[in-house]
Design a protein around this ligand. Sequence first.
Ligand code: 9YT
Length: 131
Amino acid sequence: MLVRTLDEIRGTDREVFAENRNWVSARLLLKDDGMGFSFHETTIFANTETRIWYKNHLEAVYCVEGEGEVETIADGKIYPLKPGTMYALNDHDEHYLRAFSELRLVCAFNPALAGREVHLPDGSYPLEGKS
Ligand code: 9YT
């Protein structure tokens, strides 16, 4: 069985900051753990907007803390985020993620991230790469 805590991850290779410092991701499970998905706790810092397009991945996100919104770019729809809300990017939806206060999100990626991926200029993560 695998057991990890956030305290163990802080300050290690499994803690990944966005290049623009909009978020930090604690990568609790990664590809090498063999679960078929990766599993992260992501903190999105307050008053940030991040453009995201996971064209190579599916992601489900569950909000446990904070207030924000997701705007899907194709249709301009706004989805409020608050504790207890889940959204799933089942259509590889390109979107803006906005944090009005610090958001604490639990995220699962399929296929699993391999390590220290950060967003490419188009808002995606590479399929196999470690950046
Ligand atoms: C919700 C979202 O996609 N935020 C960006 C970071 C990502 N969740 C990650 O790598 O943990």
